[in-house]
Each structure stands twice: as structure tokens, then as C-alpha cells.
Design a protein around this ligand. Structure first.
Ligand code: SF4
Length: 360
């Protein structure tokens, strides 16, 4: 602690310059509390969970929708988890939605509806890792915590001209970031670093001539800002293959199944699908949910997950009312598909089958 204090005393005065810039240029975001406003830890937590692995642009409407449906953590805790999954559909990384609901229930039941305010307590909540705990501590409670997201990684790497490639450079980045974090206004500082990374210190062609901390930036001084951060070469993503069966009954309703709660897309709805394997299967028909004259759709559905790329063949078929009763799953009217908790992958399947699936 004493070492860190000493380092902070010797740190470059990035925080004062950056905070002055932030006071004038902070981005207006639906979940953001401007300097001087009272923060709502629930809104900060909700936005941080939504923003994990998702862009600011994609989150806006979801955040507004959740806040108007469930304006408090106790309201969200009381909602059926299936409703939460439905409203989350399209945001991806669905374990976040299950954890979101579990976390709301824990805060409602074990913390009387009041979010804890320390990083250690916050990390005990479902879905709250070190980054999110630091972000809530700093942004919602104004306490000193160092928040490091992808934008901050880039800004710190450039400020200190760190040439070690990511992710190997993470410990070095953290060490430097801690020396920069001010004891006061840590939340504004964290958001200012994120804004700087998002608007000026951008991945390609940073606008250094508009940067409030250009005088303190080693990468700019050395003329290497464009080349940082370096990255270790990525391994190629494996490709998996499978098929989906889009089946309708005489009234036009479509068969959907709910995926098991654990694992990829857990708890979400799906158009019945085969297992996904490394090679194209000889005969997908054996996995069909019902007997039908299956017709293969022209084209394929492709979707990239974090750890693999998926290519799906889509079959469409119709069954009689009597056959439909043998299906495992639920029959959903086509004009109600948009309200189902269908992940983006399955919305692509529905679109290729030729049906309007609603939200993308
Ligand atoms: Fe980023 Fe350029 Fe500012 Fe350095 S001077 S922090 S590279 S925008």
C-alpha cells in the first residue's frame, strides 16, 4: 500500500488533465451519471453486465427497456427468469442473463435490496468478476478502484509505450493503471479513460492532436501510437457444423425447444438442432424432431462464438396436427416468434427458413 502511494505521488498527472477534459466532453450515455449527480448502483451494475463483451451502441435500447420494465433490483428479482431471458434475447452471452437474475435475487434477499459497496463483497455476487466489481465500486460508490477494460488497456499501453503484446502485458498495464487512479473521483476517472479510448485514443489512427494527455504519452513521443497495443497472434477458430429443423404444423405454428440451462445458449429457445460437430454429418435426418418431408434451404447460417465458428444447414418441413402432438417442445405462432428468447443464431435460422423472426 505504501509502495503504491509512493508510486502515485510520482505518477504522471494524467488524472487532473483527463478529468478536466471529461467535465467538458463526457459522452452522454443512457446509464451515465454526470459529475455531481447521485448514482444508482442498480443502473451501474445493469449497464456493466450488459456491456460485458457487447458494444455501447448495442446496449442502449436493452438498458432502457430493462430500466422501464424493472426499475429496481427488487423488481428484477421478482420477475420470472424466462421473461428476463426473453428481453435479453439478441444481446448474446446468455449466461450473463441468468447470472443477472440470480444476482438480483441475491441482492434482494440477502442484502435487503441494497448493493454492497466494496469490491470483495461485490465479487461474491453471481456474474460479478473483478472488472465489474471495480467498475461498480468506483462508478456507483465513488471509491478508489482501478477499472481496466479494453479501452483502458489500450490507453495505458500507449501512455507508457508498453511493447509487450497483450494479453502478456496485462500485469504491467494494471501496475501502471493503479498509479494513475486518483483517490478522489475514481469513478469519473474510470469513465474518462473509457471515453478517451472510445473517442480519441481509438484502436486505429488515434487522434493524438486532440488528446488531453498528449504531453504525458510515451507512444506519441516515440511516434509508435498506431502500432500499440501489440497482440500475440491469435489461434484460428475451429469450425463446427450442424443442422436445424424448422417445422410447422397446419395452423402455421413453429416448433421450438428450450436448451438445457447450463452451457452455450443455456436456457434459451432454439429451433431444434443436431449436435454440433467438427465435420458435416452424413445424415442429419436421424436428428429430426419429427417425421416429415424435409427440404434443405439454399444457403447456410453462419455464426461466430468466442471459441468456434458454427455453420448450420437449415431444413424446413410441415407436419400434420396429429404428428405435431408427438413433438417435444412448444409450438409458437409465427407472429409471436419475436417475443421468444431466441438468440441471434436462432433468429438467423428463422430468417433463412423464410420467417420474420423479429428483433435481431
Ligand atoms: Fe492515445 Fe495519442 Fe493520447 Fe497517447 S497521445 S493517449 S496515443 S490519443
Amino acid at each position: 500500500m505504501r509502495k503504491l502511494r509512493k508510486q502515485k505521488e510520482n505518477a504522471r498527472p494524467v488524472a487532473p488533465a483527463l478529468l478536466r477534459w471529461y467535465d467538458k466532453h463526457a459522452r452522454v450515455l443512457p446509464w451515465r451519471f454526470l459529475p455531481g449527480e447521485t448514482t444508482d448502483p442498480y443502473a451501474v451494475w445493469l449497464s456493466e453486465i450488459m456491456l460485458q463483451q457487447t458494444t455501447v451502441a448495442a446496449v442502449g435500447n436493452y438498458f432502457r427497456d430493462f430500466m422501464s420494465r424493472w426499475p429496481t433490483v427488487t423488481a428484477l428479482a421478482a420477475a420470472p427468469v424466462d421473461d428476463v431471458m426473453k428481453r435479453w434475447a439478441g444481446l448474446g452471452y446468455y449466461s450473463r442473463a441468468r447470472n443477472l437474475h440470480a444476482c438480483a435475487q441475491m441482492v434482494a434477499n440477502e442484502y435487503s435490496g441494497i448493493f454492497p459497496s466494496t469490491e470483495d463483497e461485490l465479487k461474491k455476487l453471481p456474474g460479478v468478476g473483478p472488472y465489474t466489481a471495480a467498475a461498480i465500486t468506483a462508478i456507483a460508490f465513488g471509491k478508489c478502484a482501478t477499472v481496466i477494460d479494453g479501452n483502458v488497456d489500450r490507453v495505458v499501453t500507449r501512455l507508457f509505450a508498453i511493447e509487450t503484446p497483450l494479453p502478456l502485458s496485462k500485469p504491467e498495464i494494471r501496475e501502471h493503471a493503479e498509479t494513475l487512479t486518483p483517490d478522489k473521483r475514481a469513478g469519473d476517472f474510470a469513465q474518462a479513460m473509457m471515453d478517451l479510448g472510445a473517442t480519441i485514443c481509438t484502436p486505429k489512427s488515434p487522434s493524438c492532436n486532440r488528446c488531453p494527455v498528449i504531453d504525458m504519452c510515451d507512444a506519441n513521443a516515440q511516434g509508435i501510437a498506431d502500432t500499440l497495443p501489440r497482440r500475440a497472434p491469435k489461434k484460428a477458430r475451429p469450425v463446427r457444423h450442424g443442422a436445424c429443423f424448422f417445422v410447422t404444423r397446419p395452423d402455421g405454428a413453429v416448433l421450438l425447444r428450450k436448451r438445457v440451462a447450463k452451457g452455450l445458449l443455456g436456457g434459451m429457445m432454439e429451433v431444434p438442432t443436431t449436435p454440433w460437430a467438427d465435420a458435416v454429418a452424413e445424415d442429419y435426418a436421424e436428428f429430426a424432431p419429427l417425421k416429415a418431408k424435409w427440404k434443405k434451404r439454399v444457403g447456410l447460417v453462419e455464426h461466430t462464438f468466442t471459441h468456434f465458428h458454427l455453420i448450420l444447414t437449415v431444413f424446413v418441413g410441415e407436419v400434420s396436427a396429429a404428428t405435431a402432438t408427438k413433438a417435444e417442445g412448444v409450438w409458437i405462432a409465427q407472429d409471436e416468434l419475436a417475443d421468444e428468447a431466441l438468440p441471434s443464431l436462432m433468429r438467423k435460422v428463422v430468417a433463412l427458413a423464410g420467417i420474420e423472426g423479429g428483433r435481431g
